[in-house]
Design a protein around this ligand. Sequence first.
Ligand code: NI
Length: 292
Amino acid sequence: MGQIPRLGGEMLKKEAFGVQADMTIDTHAHLEMEAFEGDREAVLKRAAEAGIAAIITVGTTIPDCEKAVALARSYRSVYAAVGIHPHDAKGMDDSTCDRLRALAREDKVVAIGEIGLDFFYNLSPREVQIRRFEEQLDLAEELELPVIIHNREAHAETLRVLRPRKGRLRGVLHCFSGDLAMAGECLALGFHLSVAGPLTYPKAGRLRDVARIIPLDRLLIETDAPYLAPQAYRGKRNEPSYVVETARRLAEIRGLPFEDLARLTSANARRLFNLDGKDDDDVRVAGKAAGG
Ligand code: NI
């Protein structure tokens, strides 16, 4: 690549965003999952020590969404998203969206997700996945919440579902795995793109090419913990503090100082998910777990 676009110094000053500058946000983790049952407090403490200002914990089933909401209630730095993962779409019935609607009204619920299509595992039949995805997108539109979208090996169908909703939906394609053309179309539809640990894998050249072209105001970072640990921890359980590894690699790729990359992506997350508006008190940046 030739010249990497950079924002001017003025734009990078923290006053321009009105947020704490030097902290990172993990926009997608699954703290509610069993993988964190034994040491969740320690995981949150390490995240705070690593400068993670906020973590969005993303439900995938109704019981996990309930846990995610409870975690957001217990810890100042944790926010929740509620939705049914395509793997579990087959278990949804007509009352599921009502339950999600009720959960979405709880404090610190910032998005509908994780929803989408997974044609790699196909744990739910494809037509059921599509129908339940559409229903949950309807719910997000109704509640005016952003969406967190999972797409694996379902690029064309995901775009087919999203295209007619242009202008009515905001959100992110999490752990983006599409090519440059798909990235371009998602951006044109108004979506943010989020990169996760695979950015650090030696063979992920294509993903790094995509990461180079995402506009700096549409870029998010995440862990997808406990999955997809970055290269330095590959094969281990992932956790929010490791998002720093991905942020560092992304900063290199974009030719930005780490602090600027962290500040920009955090400002994007705060704006997309309205994190400041969802705080239950005056504390804007809560690095420390409040209790539990
Ligand atoms: Ni996930």
